[in-house]
Unconditional design. Sequence first.
Length: 462
Amino acid sequence: MIWHARLVRLGRLRTMLLLTAFSVAASVALVAVFFVVFEGQPEDLPAYFVPAVIVPAMVAPLVIHLLLGLAVELEAAHSQAAQQQEQLQRVRQLDLVGRLASGLAHDFNNLLTVVRANVEALGGATVREELSAIDDAAVRGARLTRRLLSISRHDVVERVAQPLAPLLRETEEMLRRVLPPNMQLEMPPVLPDVTLEFDHDAIQQALLNLALNARDAMGAHGRLTITVHGRQTEDGPWQVLEVRDNGPGMPPEVLGRATEPFFTTKAAHEGTGLGLAIVHRCMAQHNGRLVLDSEEGIGTTAALWFPSTLRGSDVIRRERVPTTPPTGIRRSERYDLLVIDDEPEIRSVTERALRRLGHRVTSVGDIAAAMAWLETAPKVDGIVSDVMMPGGTGIELVHLLRSAGRTTPVLLVSGFALEVLDDVLSADSSVAFLPKPWALDALMSGIESVIHKPNPDQPTAP
């Protein structure tokens, strides 16, 4: 099979010509044998010699070629089918993990919302050190849920134009706490003054994944180097963030599959095979790329390529709600508000928080109850609604309101960051988005911002 596979790589035409030559040579050899055996007397040639000996000798190699070719093709088809089945299984596993991560992140963010709101109810994080610690833990928990969502199809990066150096310094401090004491971490003392559009938490998680992979490869000793430099290609200018180690490196067959979900060379209890897959997905969401280069005995370099040219049309424009009210907005204003959330704890904590600020609040558990209440409500200044709810989503609520001719401002809140929000946010200026878990200041800023935001569909006062 090995020699035949090599012949197939030469090309079917060459293989056929080679086997034909072999058949002719075999036939000539048989005729030569006849002349030696029968002393060159053609009249002694048996009548069956040509059809029974020479023809089979010429045809047999061609038949063998066809049979072996069929066997090779069947083997290739079987191998391809097995690979496709394996890929399908990995996709199903990733989808299952993604669904689980999404559900956990959503529920966890709801719990963190209750925690942060009750910290505010007790006076806020600035009143006591214990409350500050609780609030800080909730903020770190929210970052953890975003990392969970990074393996889910519901994850959407929020790219913001910001300098790269502060992120690298913050990540450097984190790495010095988790890397072994005998492992060197090298980073330039002066980082380039580069501003890029990126998601802070997503890129930090990508750097941590790369650094921890390098740590696992090198063991207790080694050198991890992080650098930033500019590159010019035919596609334009790029900023390249490199994470380089001097570990054992990867063989080509491992390097070629390194970004596949669930592919790992680690023991079952040491790795999930999702680290590089998450980094690869993250860079695709940044219109960049992950480039891996590895040489056995030398080490591995993971390069994160970011486009230097900022293209507004490429950026997911989901603005975070500001933590301070916009100019001209008075926090002394009191509003009539409707809160919609299917979680009783979220409804209760949101209603109590807004009532303490003097607002008049009604809360319901689903879209149907909200629309029924709005039919009889004399006035409502704004709506705070969860996005994912049984019986109807926050997006469906917006469509129902607009179809009924209502221009009521809506602040959508969710533990997810959903791509489907982009359309409604870009199409309706009276809709804004606030991720859970929120702080009370952020919630009020979101409410005030969406209420006072100019609506181009409404006529301005003379």
